[in-house]
Design a protein around this ligand. Structure first.
Ligand SMILES: Nc1nc2c(ncn2[C@@H]2O[C@H](COP(=O)(O)OP(=O)(O)OP(=O)(O)O)[C@@H](O)[C@H]2O)c(=O)[nH]1
Ligand SMILES: [Mg+2]
Length: 194
């Protein structure tokens, strides 16, 4: 996808603060520090559209972006990091569920996992919850640059098993460092929001 414009819209914590649901929306979810904001930046070729950090818990509100006046991207706060303050951990569930449950223009949730780690209880709970709500989702295994080709294939198989994904369904291997996987993620986004 050729990016002609990528603009920050706003941050919000509650549904009455969300922007008008005018465009098909893609939300990026996953554990804190997994690389959600970096993935958004890679997709839109901007180093600093979404703020990233080596310290977990950088994204604390729901951030909305307008991409090409054609899609809306949503950077969700991450979950499950022990060092994130308790108050923030408590606010995560109502904030993110409030978003995922009631967003009429939500076209796809991109669920991001670290290719090197097994899914946490919170990852699995989110997957189950998305399945239960019938919300379309795409699994992305990020930080692929940290593994060799053989290791990746082994991790991909292993994670498919843990996540209960059929053998023929794709997981996307991605790296914000190399850009690998970016085109495939765009194909999936364009596919669901036609
Ligand atoms: N090697 C490598 N590092 C990555 C990749 N993606 C993200 N990172 C690093 O991981 C750290 C966290 O990235 P963020 O994009 O801020 O993660 P996040 O999921 O938005 O984190 P929160 O906002 O805290 O939930 C940063 O130090 C990034 O540079 C990747 O594909 N490869
Ligand atoms: Mg972030």
């Amino acid at each position: 996808m050729k990016i002609t414009s990528a603009e920050y819209i706003k941050a919000a914590a509650k549904p009455d603060q969300f922007p008008e649901p005018a465009l098909p929306e893609v939300a990026f979810a996953g554990r804190s520090n997994v690389g959600k904001s970096s993935l958004i930046n890679t997709l839109v070729h901007r180093k600093k559209l979404a703020q990233t950090s080596g310290t977990p818990g950088k994204t604390r509100l729901i951030h909305f972006y307008d991409i090409n006046h054609r899609f809306s991207f949503v950077d969700l706060p991450g979950y499950g990091y022990a060092k994130v303050p308790e108050s923030m951990r408590r606010s995560w569930r109502p904030m993110v569920e409030g978003y995922l449950r009631g967003r009429p223009n939500l076209a796809l949730v991109v669920l991001i996992l670290d290719v090197r780690r097994d899914p946490s209880g919170e990852d699995m709970a989110l997957v189950e919850w998305l399945n239960h709500q019938g919300i379309r989702h795409l699994f992305v295994l990020t930080k692929a640059d940290k593994l060799s080709g053989n290791e990746r294939r082994a991790r991909e198989r292993h994670l498919k098993g843990l996540l209960g994904i059929p053998g023929d369904q794709k997981l996307v291997l991605f790296s914000a460092r190399t850009g690998e996987g970016k085109d495939e993620i765009w194909r999936q986004i364009e596919g669901v929001s036609k």
